[in-house]
Ligand binder design. Structure first.
Ligand code: NAX
Length: 481
C-alpha cells in the first residue's frame, strides 16, 4: 500500500524532524537524492552535459541549486535561471557558484536536462506569468544528441495544485518527478499525476514524523492478492457468496449481460439475475440463475442494481426491493439517477453498506454539482452525505468512505472509456461484496483489477467491454498465483 500526505501534514512532520537535526540537513538529503537521479538520467554521462536550473524563491529552488552544484562538480555545464534573483536561496546559489555553475538571465536554447525548481509544496494558485512563459517553452529544448531535454520536476511539477491534483493553468510536464519524504496527493490524483511522469521518492528520514493519517492511499498488487477471497477446501457455491444483479431492461439487455460477465469473473460462487433480460442472460451465461424480478429471486449476499435498469416505475420497485434488504447494495447508473431529488435518500439510511459508482455526470446529478478540481474531496463529501462508499470513476478512480478515508486507483487505463465497461465493474464489485469483502476494499480491489483488465485487453488492440470482462480472469491469475 502506498500513501500520500497533504502539504500541511508534510510541513508539520518536517518541522518536528528538523527540530532534531542540524540546519539544512533535510535539504542536503533531498538535493543529494535529486542529483543522483539526475546523473542516472544522463546515463552517467554527466561531464559536459548542459543542465538548466529553473530556480524560484523558496526552498524548492534551494534543493535545485544544491543539486545543480553537485552536477557541476561532476563536470556538467550548469546554468541557473533565477526567476526572482532578489529572493533566491543564497546558500544554494553560493554552492552552485563555488562548484563552477553560473546564472543566466534567459532560458538557454540547448539543454540535456532541465530541473524545475520554480515552486514546490509552497505553491499558491497557478503559475505567475513570467514562470508560465518559461514553462511553455520547455518542450522545445534540445540537447547534445538532438533529443528533447529531459525535464525533472523537483518535489512536484510547478503549476499543479499539490493537495488536489488539479492543474489550474500552465504547468510543467515532467518526465520524472523526484519527491522527498513522502508522496503528496498531486503525485497520484487527477491531471497533476499525469504531469509528474515517473515519480521517485527520496527517503529523507521523514517516515517516523508522519504520524497523521494519509490524505490518500493506493493499493498495490500485494494488497489485492491479500484481500481477494479465494475458495478453501470446505467452500461451496453458497459459502463463497451469491451475488444478485437487478440490472438491464428491454431497452438495455446488454447491461445485464455485461454485469453478469463481470460478476462471473469475481470470487462469489454463484450469480443470480433478476430482471427483464432473464432469458438473454441464461442463454449467454448458462451458470446464472435468472428470474424476472428481485422479489422472485432466491437468496443472495449482495445486490447490484441500476446498470441499464431504466428510471420508470418498474425500476423504482426493483430499487426499493434491494434497498429494503439488509444486504450490501451497489447502486450504479440508473439507480443513481433514481436517487436524485432525495426520493430514496431515506432508504440510504440503512445499516448494511451501500456503494455508489457514479461517473462525473451521475455525480453531478446526485451531488448537485460537478466533482470540480478537488475530486477526492468531492467524493468524500458525497460519501459523508449519502452514508455510502463512493467510487468516482475517472482516469484515476477515487474511492471514498463516509468516514473520510480516500483511495485512488493507480491502474486506470484509457481503454476503459468504452460503453459497458462500468457494467462489468459493477458486476465484479458486487461479486466481491457477496464474497464478504468490506465495501471499501471491494471497491478498491474491483477498480484495481478492472483497470488492469483494461490494460491487458488493450494489448490486443481496441477494447470493448466484453474484452475487459474476458481479461479479468488472466489478470487475476497473475495476481493470485
Ligand atoms: N521544509 C523542509 O524541511 C524541506 C523542504 N524541501 C523543499 O522545500 C520546498 C518547499 O519550500 P518553500 O516552503 O520555501 O516553498 P516553495 O519553494 O515551494 O515555494 C515558495 C515560494 O514560491 C513562490 N510562489 C508561490 N506560489 C507561486 C506561483 N504560483 N508561481 C510562482 N511562484 C510562486 C512564493 O513567492 C514563495 O516564495 C519543497 O517543495 C521541497 O522542494 C526539501 O528541501 C526537503 C526538506
Amino acid at each position: 500500500m502506498r500513501q500520500a500526505w497533504r502539504v500541511a501534514d508534510v510541513r508539520a512532520a518536517e518541522k518536528s524532524l528538523m527540530a532534531t537535526l542540524p540546519d539544512g540537513t533535510l535539504m542536503q538529503r533531498a538535493a543529494a537524492g535529486l542529483a543522483r537521479r539526475c546523473a542516472l538520467l544522463l546515463d552517467g554521462d554527466v561531464y559536459g552535459a548542459r543542465v538548466v536550473l529553473l530556480v524560484g524563491s523558496g526552498d524548492n529552488g534551494g534543493d535545485t541549486l544544491y543539486a545543480g552544484a553537485a552536477l557541476a562538480r561532476r563536470g556538467a555545464q550548469v546554468r541557473a535561471l533565477l526567476l526572482t534573483p532578489e529572493r533566491v536561496h543564497l546558500a544554494g546559489l553560493a554552492a552552485l557558484r563555488a562548484s563552477g555553475g553560473f546564472t543566466t538571465s534567459h532560458l538557454p536554447d540547448r539543454a540535456d536536462l532541465v530541473l524545475d525548481g520554480i515552486v514546490g509544496i509552497g505553491a499558491s494558485g497557478g503559475l505567475r506569468p513570467p514562470a508560465a512563459a518559461i514553462v511553455r517553452r520547455l518542450g522545445s529544448l534540445r540537447g547534445r544528441t538532438g533529443d528533447r531535454a529531459v525535464i525533472v520536476a523537483v518535489d512536484v511539477p510547478s503549476g499543479v495544485a499539490v493537495d488536489t491534483g488539479d492543474v489550474p493553468g500552465e504547468a510543467v510536464d515532467a518526465d520524472v518527478t523526484v519527491t522527498f519524504g513522502c508522496l503528496k496527493p498531486a503525485h497520484v490524483i487527477g491531471p497533476a499525476a499525469v504531469r509528474c511522469g515517473e515519480v521517485e521518492l527520496i527517503d529523507i528520514g521523514l517516515g517516523p514524523a508522519l504520524v497523521m493519517s494519509p490524505a490518500v492511499q493506493l493499493a498495490e498488487t500485494s494488497d489485492i492478492a491479500e484481500w481477494w477471497p479465494v475458495p478453501g477446501a470446505t467452500s461451496d457455491k453458497y459459502t463463497r457468496g451469491v451475488v444478485g444483479l437487478a440490472t438491464g431492461s428491454a431497452g438495455y439487455p446488454g447491461a445485464a449481460l455485461l454485469g453478469c460477465t463481470g460478476a462471473l469473473a469475481g470470487p462469489s460462487g454463484m450469480v443470480r439475475y433478476a430482471g427483464s433480460a432473464h432469458a438473454e442472460v441464461v442463454r449467454a451465461h448458462p451458470s446464472v440463475v435468472a428470474a424476472p424480478r428481485v422479489a422472485d429471486s432466491g437468496r443472495v449476499q449482495a445486490w447490484v442494481c441500476g446498470s441499464g435498469l431504466g428510471t420508470g416505475a418498474d425500476a423504482r420497485t426493483e430499487l426499493r426491493s434491494v434497498l429494503a434488504t439488509s444486504l450490501p447494495v451497489l447502486l450504479d447508473a440508473d439507480a443513481i439517477t433514481l436517487l436524485v431529488g432525495g426520493k430514496h435518500a431515506e432508504d440510504l439510511r440503512r445499516d448494511a453498506p451501500v456503494v455508489l459508482t457514479p461517473h462525473d455526470g451521475e455525480f453531478k446529478r446526485l451531488a448537485g454539482e460537478s466533482p470540480g478540481a478537488d475530486r477526492a474531496g468531492a467524493a468524500a463529501r458525497l460519501a459523508a452525505w449519502t452514508n455510502a462508499v463512493v467510487l468516482l470513476k475517472g482516469d484515476r478512480t477515487i474511492v471514498a468512505t463516509p468516514a473520510g478515508e480516500i483511495w485512488v486507483n493507480p491502474t486506470g487505463s484509457a481503454a476503459l472509456a468504452t460503453a459497458g465497461s462500468g457494467d462489468v465493474l459493477a458486476g465484479l464489485l458486487g461479486s466481491l461484496l457477496a464474497a464478504g469483502l468490506p465495501a471499501v476494499k471491494a471497491a478498491v480491489a474491483a477498480a484495481f483489477v478492472h483497470g488492469l483488465a483494461g490494460r491487458h485487453a488493450a494489448l490486443d488492440g481496441p477494447v470493448t467491454a466484453p474484452d475487459v470482462a474476458a481479461a479479468i480472469r488472466p489478470v487475476l491469475g497473475r495476481i493470485l498465483q
